[in-house]
Design a protein around this ligand. Structure first.
Ligand code: SF4
Ligand code: SF4
Length: 315
């Protein structure tokens, strides 16, 4: 599979990155052994890049897959930490749970926050810089859904990698249009930032238009890799075949990929924690209960972990 340099980090990543959210507890919730097997298939098949996060709770299958395959992929993680101390805890947690001495990329996990993230979370950012200096992190990044944050990241000297959301339908992009996000990404690339992309299949909603959606993202100048979530070996094989220019077999089950998140009304206590947790403003207060507007939902699953009643289910 083609590999690209990630900006000036010196890291060389495959064009296809294993997105480690969907197989974890926020979404498919595969048992550890099964999740490990899916990731092993991806690594054995040629993928050398994994994107995870503190909140995805998928460090265990990654650790097990590294052990079983003896591979050393590039690993990115991220944390919503605000302070220096919180970020230090997040980094230690990642290193311990992944059984690593150093992690390749650590991002500020900043999905829905605004441009002031760089000042409001200055403590967390300083911690990332300090850990890079100490050799615990190779590159410092930011993951974002926002055009403004992406554009601003281009100007922040210490940021090595930017992980923005973009897809051909423009779904889920905050603070601007798809075209404006393309411009913001070009500014990052021009400043030597490593760029890889999230949600190019818009949370699975573009899976019926897979080739066009992937080719749109692949054609964005300077993009090094595309993170795609995979929850079965068949899905891994499909993605590998496409990115290795082999003819992919039919997707195992298109319907299985087109998941939806719903609030079970009878279980909902109306606390509205999910409204706050959703990075895409897809959940509204409808008659005192959470209600997911399907047209805005990116199927990220962040609301699932925020609900104290376990009232949000995947169907
Ligand atoms: S977090 Fe759960 S209980 Fe609270 S409003 Fe949302 S769905 Fe209902
Ligand atoms: S409702 Fe919001 S948080 Fe929940 S899956 Fe959809 S986009 Fe993600």
């Amino acid at each position: 599979m083609k590999k690209n340099l990630l900006g000036k980090t010196g890291l060389e990543v495959t064009e296809l990155c294993f997105g480690a959210l969907p197989f974890g507890p926020l979404q498919k919730n595969l048992p550890l052994e099964e999740a490990t097997a899916v990731l092993c298939a991806a690594l054995e098949g040629g993928i050398n890049f994994i994107d995870t996060a503190q909140i995805y709770k998928t460090y265990a299958p990654i650790r097990e897959a590294l052990k079983q395959t003896k591979k050393h992929p590039v690993i990115a993680s991220k944390s919503p930490a605000t302070t220096y101390e919180e970020m230090q805890t997040a980094i230690e947690e990642a290193l311990n749970e992944l059984n690593l001495d150093e992690i390749d990329i650590f991002h500020l996990h900043a999905a829905r926050v605004g441009e002031d993230v760089f000042t409001k979370r200055q403590g967390a950012l300083e911690c990332l810089y300090e850990n890079k200096h100490r050799g615990r992190i190779k590159a410092v990044g930011i993951s974002t859904h926002s055009v403004k944050v992406t554009a601003r990241a281009a100007t922040v000297e210490g940021i090595d990698v930017v992980f923005p959301l973009i897809n051909k339908s423009g779904r889920g992009i905050l603070d601007g249009s798809r075209e404006e996000m393309e411009i913001a990404i070009s500014h990052c690339v021009a400043q030597g930032k490593g760029v890889y992309l999230m949600k190019v299949l818009a949370g699975g909603t573009l899976v019926g238009d897979y080739a066009q959606a992937v080719e749109y993202a692949r054609a964005i100048p300077g993009n090094a890799s595309i993170a795609v979530g995979m929850v079965s070996k068949a899905e891994v094989e499909y993605n590998l075949a496409y990115f290795q220019d082999r003819k992919p077999s039919a997707l195992p089950s298109l319907a299985a990929l087109q998941k939806r998140f719903l609030v079970v009304e009878s279980l909902c206590a109306g606390c509205l924690a999910c409204v706050e947790a959703c990075p895409n403003q897809a959940i509204i207060d409808r008659d005192g209960k959470g209600f997911i507007q399907q047209e805005a939902c990116l199927t990220c699953g962040y609301c699932v972990g925020a609900c104290p009643q376990f009232a949000i289910r995947i169907v």
